[in-house]
Design a protein around this ligand. Structure first.
Ligand code: BMA
Length: 328
C-alpha cells in the first residue's frame, strides 16, 4: 500500500460510507443514498447543485447554488450536523460590499469555499458584465463580505489553495467566453493580498477524450505528501451535447502549476439516473471535497445533472495507486 498521506486536520466525523462489496471500475464509489440534497429542499429552489461544504465548528457549513423558480442563479448559506442532511437558509446570501465601488453580484453560481487564514473564503462565478471570479468571505456563514473580483471577465471555476505557497496566495481559474464556452484550460494566478492577482501560469488543458472540449478545477486542492490533489471536471462534446465527468491530477507541492501525475480515465461520469436526467442531462460536477488526514478518507460533493447534489468517496492510498497505474 502507498505511503501517501493527506496533510491537514483530522476529520473523524467526515460523511462516509464503506466501499460496496461489488467490483468497482475505479477507486471511487457513490453514496448509496444519493442524491443527498433534493432540488426543492427550500421553497424557492428549482435546483440545488454544484455546491461547497466545509468543516465548521465541529459540524459542517456550506454555500449552495440554489437556482430559483425564476431561474435566477443565487447562492444560499447552509449548515449541517453530519454533512449529509442540510439546513439551507431560505433567503439568498446578501453580500456586504465593504467598498462601495464593488458591484454586488449580477448572478452567482458554482461556489467553492476555502478555509484560509482564519476565514472561509468563497469564490464563485460572478456576473460582472459577463462571468468572472467573485471573491468574498465569511466567518460564521451568516454574514458574508464581498471584496474585489479576482479577475477580469470572462472566467469561471475560480478555486483557491488552502494556504500560501512560497508566500503567495494561489488561485486556479479557467478563462472562458460569454456563452457555454467550447474551450478551456486551467491557469494559476498568484497574489500577495488576495486583491491583486498576477504571475499567471499555465497548468493544463484537455488531453483525454472524456475531457476533450474543456476542463476546469473542481474542489479546493487537498495537500498530500506527494503533491496537491486536484479533482477537475472535464467535458466531452457528444452528438447530444456536453457530457461532464471528473478526474484527478497531482500538482507539484512547491510549483503547483506543474502537473506531476495525471490520471487518464475519469473517476466519475454520468451513469446513475440522477446524473443522466435533470435540467442539464449528463453532468457530474465536483465543487467540494472533505478530507480526513487520520484515515485518508476523501468525500466529494458533486452536482448531478444541474439539479441535485450527490456524494462520492475514495481513500487517498487507493486513489494514488490508481492514478499512478493509469497515468501517461
Ligand atoms: C457550466 C456551468 C456549470 C454547469 C455546467 C453544465 O457552464 O453552468 O454550473 O454544471 O455548465 O450545465
Amino acid at each position: 500500500m502507498s505511503s501517501i498521506r493527506i496533510v491537514g486536520p483530522n476529520l473523524p466525523n467526515i460523511p462516509w460510507e464503506p466501499r460496496p462489496d461489488r467490483a468497482l471500475q475505479g477507486p471511487m464509489w457513490r453514496y448509496s443514498k444519493n442524491p443527498i440534497i433534493p432540488r426543492d429542499l427550500i421553497p424557492t429552489s428549482n435546483s440545488i447543485f454544484n455546491s461547497a461544504a466545509v468543516p465548521f465548528e465541529g459540524k459542517f457549513a456550506g454555500v449552495f447554488r440554489c437556482d430559483n423558480i425564476r431561474r435566477e442563479m443565487v447562492l444560499h448559506a447552509g449548515k449541517s450536523d453530519d454533512g449529509i442532511a442540510w439546513n439551507i437558509a431560505p433567503s439568498p446570501i446578501q453580500w456586504i460590499c465593504d467598498d462601495q465601488e464593488v458591484e454586488p453580484p449580477g448572478y452567482a453560481y458554482d461556489p467553492r469555499v476555502c478555509y484560509l487564514d482564519g476565514k472561509y473564503w468563497v469564490t464563485w462565478c460572478n456576473g460582472f458584465h459577463g462571468p468572472t471570479i467573485g471573491l468574498g468571505y465569511t466567518q460564521d456563514f451568516e454574514t458574508f463580505h464581498m471584496v474585489e473580483n479576482a479577475l477580469l471577465p470572462y472566467n469561471r471555476n475560480g478555486v483557491l489553495f488552502p494556504r500560501k505557497v512560497n508566500g503567495r496566495y494561489l488561485l486556479l481559474s479557467r478563462p472562458s467566453d460569454t456563452g457555454h464556452t467550447a474551450f478551456g484550460d486551467i491557469y494559476l494566478s498568484q497574489s500577495e493580498d488576495l486583491i491583486y492577482w498576477g504571475r499567471h501560469r499555465y497548468v493544463m488543458g484537455p488531453r483525454e477524450p472524456w475531457e476533450s472540449t474543456k476542463i476546469g478545477a473542481g474542489p479546493v486542492p487537498i495537500e498530500t505528501t506527494e503533491g496537491w490533489l486536484l479533482f477537475h471536471h472535464g467535458v466531452l462534446t457528444s452528438c447530444n451535447g456536453y457530457v461532464y465527468s471528473f478526474g484527478a491530477v497531482l500538482l507539484d507541492l512547491e510549483k503547483p502549476w506543474i502537473v506531476r501525475t495525471r490520471c487518464r480515465p475519469y473517476l466519475i461520469n454520468p451513469r446513475e439516473l440522477y446524473e443522466l436526467a435533470g435540467d442539464v442531462p449528463n453532468v457530474t460536477f465536483p465543487c467540494a471535497a472533505l478530507a480526513d488526514a487520520a484515515t485518508g478518507r476523501i468525500t466529494i460533493y458533486y452536482g448531478c445533472a444541474d439539479t441535485v447534489t450527490g456524494l462520492a468517496f475514495c481513500e487517498i492510498g487507493e486513489l494514488f495507486e490508481y492514478m499512478k497505474a493509469n497515468s501517461a
